[in-house]
Each structure stands twice: as structure tokens, then as C-alpha cells.
Design a protein around this ligand. Structure first.
Ligand code: CA
Length: 558
């Protein structure tokens, strides 16, 4: 009952405004009306309090491709952290002069720590949410990244900063942003949305699980909802590839050479050959993900390594990655990864192997070494030199079984543990569902860092918890994006707008049956479009017309 009551005042505000303006309660008609401010932007300085410093509240005329708006920067709960560092939850809010009555929170990637522009990118080449009339906000999630490879992780030494990054900033920033909106326009937003990919996708899942009353719609891409598991598993993956890499003169492995580009192209071609047509169309896109049963052993050299085969060591390291590394006791640390067409692209290599020609590795995966040491382990593994080589050496030598016990053993029950603060693995979304919240998940099948199969596994667990496929599809849908790497890239139709379908779902009850997406300029087929389909449905060619056009495909149950 409390849930329903909490929602009612917002509905009434919206209905009242719509009636007053146009004499109709039709949401579509109300879209054309905008709400002007009721106060001057700089008066928002008056919102400052002991708990919040408003550092900026300034009217911005339309410029630089940004619509006219009131820009607010504020810091909540400024304090000195456990290591003497200055900490606060930064908030960056933009309030358009012509407001559409809605609010978008843009979650950020990495480990936050940067106060981004926050004008919210909905994707698909659409204008920013700000330019569409939304009030937008973003946050640094409670810390500023310091210089060096440890800079984005060292906040983990402060237990409160872990909590702020994990979830508290999502709550605090949302509440404060809505207070600013109320002060500036004289009313609360009629609808609130959250957008984010990667760590931003994790924040989206956090919101549906921990703060289910704040948002009406959440779009979560490639969600980092099991970040500690992935960070540790990535160490085992790196160790597997480092073990087969040629050695530099300094004795350390040249990670980028564990597999050459030609090796990865060979693997990708074999996967496509094996799995592409399982969806009925040989188009370079593997739509039938569950049906793809590939093994790199099919490519293993009978004798010497040649250009047309992979060495037994390479096959072993690839299996370690794709199947998902295990502890010494045989327990899988994270998730398996799907065999897909997008693993030979730059967007895969730069995460897993990097491109460095020597032992100074530049693979993004190694950035997890810093977060593993300072953020996922409780207590943290310190000290670690703030130096890329030191972080790499830690990551490629850490005992993953021991680290697993440290992360998921007794310390997991501690309030500052990464399991308690960062993970967003619950499938109890009952409050979010009860108040008619909508969750739109998407994940690139060739994502090398967070596995699409892990998100799919979560979605299946959600389906079990929610009482079935149909019941779940009423409030949560997962769109797999074949070929796409982490949030974008790869031989994929990776350009799509998530905000428009989410708004239609929330405000008009039109659930997204498909999301049409376009291919990027770097793909083999830059003019291609495809429907992205809600799991378990998959894109199927209708048998007539160009295979480059989404209109000639349906979303079908395989
Ligand atoms: Ca296909």
C-alpha cells in the first residue's frame, strides 16, 4: 500500500498539468507542452545546506549543441576519508528552459570518479536527453579519481566511499536532483528514467533492487552486476593468456602476442561458419546464441602451429576464457562467454590482450587489477605501487583461489565488502514490478568483459522468481545484441535508441517487441539494420526483400 501511496502525488501533479494545458489526459498530447521554470537558476544556490554545497547554479544559453538550460553542480556530504582524501558525492544537473516534465539519470562507466557532462545519451544517433527536453543528472558516485592506475580504485580503502559508489550515491543524487527540479519548476518530474551501460548498467540494476521507488524506467546495458566476480575471473583469464605468450627480454610475457590478429580472425571465421546459419540466414550474424555449440578444439593443430590452426596451448587458454575460469576446487568464478562473431575485433582485443608490442601491457582487463586489490578484496590488498607494471604483475600472479576466499568467504558478510556494496545480483524486483517499473536490459554477445551469458543467466533466474516468461516480460526484457562488444562496437547493429522504447513502455504501456538497430560504419555492412529482439525471441529473416533491412525481419521464438 505504501508503494501505491508514494506514487500517487506525482500522478496527480502530472494529470493536473495536462488537464490545465490542453484539456486532455492523453500523454502523447502532453508531450508537446513544456514547463517553464518558476525561479531564476542562480536562486538554486539557496538549496545549499550543511549537507550540501551548491558550487554552481548558472543559466546557460543554447550553445555548443546544448539546449538552453540551468546548470547545477553540487557536492553532498563533503568529508575527509580514511586515507585523508577529500570525498563528496558530486551531482551534475542540467535543467532545460523548455522542460518536458521528465527526468533522466545517466549512470557512468568505469568506477565512476568523474563528474561527467550528464546530458544523457539515449543512443541510436538521437539528440541528448537534455536536448529532448529532459532534466538530466549524473554523478561521480562519491569520489574523484586520482592520477595513476590505482586512482580509480583507491577510494576502496574508505568503507563509506565503497558504499557510496556501490549504491548510496544513486539514492542521494536522485533525491537531491528531484528537490532541485521541484525548486526550479515548482513540481516534481512526472516520469523518471535511468540510463547506463557497464558500471552504469550496474547502477541501473542497483536502482531496481535497492531503490525501486525512484524510477519508472531503467535501461541497463552490459551491466557490471557481478563486478567482483568478473574482476577476479579476469585475473585467471589474464594468467591463462600470459602463460602462453612469448616472453620479452625482461622475462615478462607480451600479452598481446598470445594470439595474433590472424589467430583471432581464424577463430572468428570458424565460429561464424559453425553457428551463423542456425538462425536460418548466413549473414555474419549469429542470432541463435543458445544453439551455438562451438569448441576451439576444432581448430587445434595436429602437429606444428601453422596459419590455419591454433596451438594446443592457445586452445587451452581460449577454453579457459570462454568456459570461465574456476578456483582450485573447481568452482566457476564468474561466467562463461558466448562464441560469437565479434571476438576478432579491436573491441575484444583491447580488453583481453591489448596491443602493446612489449611487456608493458595495455589491456583494459588489467585495470581490474587495481579494483581487485583496492575495491573487491576485504580487507584491501595493499600496498600496491601506483604503476601500471606493478598492477599488471599483481593481476597476472595473484592466487585466484586465495583471493576468491578473501572476497567471497567470511569478509563477504562485512558491510563494506564488495559483495555487500557493489554487487547487484538479486532477482527480487517485486517492489519495482509492483509500482509498474520497467527494466530494459541489453548486452553485446561479443562483450569481452561482462558476459552476455551472465546477464542471460540473471534474466532466467528473474524469470523463475517472477513466475514465468510472460509475467517477467511485463516488466523486464533482455535484448541480446549479436556481434557487439562492450556497450558498442564489433560486427553488429550497435546503434539503437533505448530511451524512446522505454518511455513508450512506461507511459503508454507499449512493451518493446523489437528495437530496430543500425550497423556502424566500421562493420562489413554499414547500411544494415536489424531488429533487436527480447529474449527468448530472435531476429528471423522473413524470406523476402533485402537482408540489409530490419523491416524484412521478425522477432520469432526459435
Ligand atoms: Ca545468421
Amino acid at each position: 500500500m505504501l508503494v501505491v501511496m508514494a506514487r500517487r502525488p506525482r500522478r496527480q501533479v502530472w494529470l493536473g498539468a495536462a488537464l490545465a494545458c490542453i484539456g486532455s489526459v492523453a500523454a502523447a498530447a502532453a508531450d508537446h507542452d513544456t514547463i517553464p521554470p518558476v525561479t531564476a537558476c542562480d536562486r538554486l544556490h539557496q538549496e545549499s545546506s550543511a549537507a550540501m554545497r551548491v558550487s554552481e547554479a548558472q543559466s546557460r544559453p543554447a550553445a555548443g549543441g546544448m539546449a538552453a538550460h540551468c546548470e547545477v553542480i553540487a557536492y553532498l556530504d563533503e568529508r575527509t576519508g580514511a586515507e585523508g582524501q577529500k570525498l563528496a558525492i558530486g551531482l551534475h544537473l542540467r535543467l532545460p528552459e523548455a522542460w518536458n516534465g521528465r527526468f533522466v539519470f545517466q549512470g557512468q562507466g568505469g568506477t565512476d570518479g568523474v563528474l561527467g557532462s550528464g546530458d544523457a545519451q539515449p543512443g541510436g544517433g538521437q539528440p541528448t536527453a537534455l536536448n529532448q527536453g529532459y532534466a538530466t543528472v549524473t554523478t561521480d558516485a562519491g569520489h574523484s579519481n586520482a592520477p595513476g592506475p590505482l586512482g580509480g580504485a583507491s577510494f576502496g580503502l574508505d568503507p563509506q566511499a565503497r558504499i557510496d559508489f556501490g549504491y548510496r550515491a544513486d539514492d542521494a543524487v536522485t533525491r537531491q536532483a528531484k528537490r532541485f527540479i521541484q525548486a526550479y519548476y515548482g513540481r516534481l518530474p512526472k516520469y523518471s528514467y535511468f540510463l547506463g551501460c557497464s558500471n552504469g548498467g550496474r547502477h541501473g540494476m542497483v536502482i531496481t533492487q535497492r531503490f525501486p521507488e525512484h524510477f519508472d524506467g531503467v535501461a541497463a546495458g552490459a551491466p557490471a552486476f557481478r563486478m567482483p566476480e568478473k574482476g577476479l575471473s579476469g585475473a585467471a583469464v589474464t594468467q591463462g593468456f600470459a602463460a602462453i605468450a612469448p616472453k620479452a627480454p625482461d622475462g615478462r610475457p607480451i600479452l598481446a602476442q598470445a594470439l595474433s590478429q590472424a589467430d583471432m580472425d581464424l577463430l572468428s571465421r570458424a565460429i561464424v561458419q559453425s553457428c551463423d546459419e542456425a538462425d536460418g540466414l548466413a549473414d555474419g550474424i549469429i542470432d541463435n546464441v543458445p544453439a551455438c555449440r562451438f569448441s576451439p578444439r576444432a581448430l587445434q593443430c595436429a602437429a606444428e602451429k601453422t596459419a590455419s590452426c591454433l596451438s594446443a596451448a592457445q586452445v587451452g587458454a581460449l577454453e579457459n576464457y570462454f568456459q570461465g575460469p574456476t578456483t582450485a576446487q573447481g568452482r566457476r568464478i564468474y561466467a562463461p562467454y558466448p562464441y560469437d562473431a565479434g571476438i576478432a575485433t579491436e573491441g575484444w582485443r583491447r580488453w583481453i590482450l591489448g596491443t602493446a608490442p612489449d611487456s608493458r601491457v595495455n589491456a583494459f582487463n588489467v585495470s581490474f587489477g587495481a579494483t581487485l586489490a583496492y575495491l573487491y578484496m576485504t580487507p584491501p590488498h595493499v600496498p600496491l605501487a601506483n604503476d601500471a607494471d606493478a598492477v599488471y604483475d599483481f593481476y597476472r600472479t595473484v592466487d585466484v583461489t586465495e583471493a576468491h576466499a578473501r572476497i567471497f568467504g567470511t569478509s563477504a558478510a562485512m558491510p563494506q565488502s564488495s559483495v555487500q556494496t557493489i554487487s547487484a545480483n538479486s532477482v527480487d524486483l517485486s517492489t519495482f514490478r509492483q509500482r509498474r517499473g520497467k527494466l530494459l536490459l541489453y548486452h553485446g554477445v561479443s562483450d569481452p568483459t561482462f558476459s552476455a551469458l551472465d546477464t542471460l543467466d540473471w534474466y532466467k533466474r528473474l524469470t523463475d522468481a517472477a513466475g514465468g516468461e510472460k509475467e517477467t516480460a511485463d516488466f523486464a526484457r533482455l535484448f541480446l545484441v549479436p556481434g557487439m562488444n562492450h556497450c558498442a562496437g564489433g560486427p553488429a547493429t550497435d546503434s539503437f535508441d533505448v530511451l524512446t522504447p522505454l518511455v513508450a513502455w512506461v507511459e503508454q504501456g507499449r512493451a518493446p517487441e523489437r528495437i530496430d538497430a543500425r550497423a556502424g560504419a566500421k562493420t562489413p555492412w554499414p547500411d544494415r539494420s536489424r531488429p533487436l529482439c527480447p529474449y527468448p525471441r530472435q531476429a528471423r529473416y522473413l524470406g523476402q526483400g533485402s537482408i540489409e533491412q530490419a523491416a524484412n525481419f521478425s522477432c520469432a521464438v526459435p
